[in-house]
Design a protein around this ligand. Sequence first.
Ligand SMILES: Nc1ncnc2c1ncn2[C@@H]1O[C@H](COP(=O)(O)OP(=O)(O)OP(=O)(O)O)[C@@H](O)[C@H]1O
Ligand SMILES: [Mg+2]
Length: 148
Amino acid sequence: MTKKIEAIIRTEKLNDVKEALHAIGIIGMNVIEIRGHGRQGGIKLNGRNGNYKVDLLPRIQMNIVLSDHNVEKTVETIRRSAATGKIGDGLIFIYPVDNVIRIRTGERNCEALHYPDDIDEKRDVQGESIGVKMAAEPLMNDILAFTE
Ligand SMILES: Nc1ncnc2c1ncn2[C@@H]1O[C@H](COP(=O)(O)OP(=O)(O)OP(=O)(O)O)[C@@H](O)[C@H]1O
Ligand SMILES: [Mg+2]
């Protein structure tokens, strides 16, 4: 089964989070620039012409759809790489996903969420299926050559 992780993170943390996710083999993702506030309701700024409140602060929403068994590791990786320890570090929401369909191949669910050198392949390499990975590598390289 599959889940969607929706992580609201600081804009300046996007690169750190992307790199940390890449290192554990999270490949497919999308990001949106959003504005919002949490429980403090925004921030008060002291300007030259007096104080004013900015109630919708810019953040990045990162969306990742992935297999159930990869959720915890991914959430922990996002949390560690996105944290500064100050208020406003963000939130992570997790939703169930009914189905995933890769348009090109018609693959569904977990099958549609396989990527060359992804989190599952990395786990296999650390485990017993090194031979399978190496056999698959030329094919993966071909696929990579045709992907964006
Ligand atoms: N309940 C919510 N639903 C949807 N988006 C939210 C919600 N709460 C916060 N956000 C989004 O997350 C961003 C960061 O929230 P923030 O980290 O300030 O949460 P918080 O609950 O106030 O925690 P903290 O006390 O650490 O600041 C907000 O700018 C907003 O975009
Ligand atoms: Mg807050």
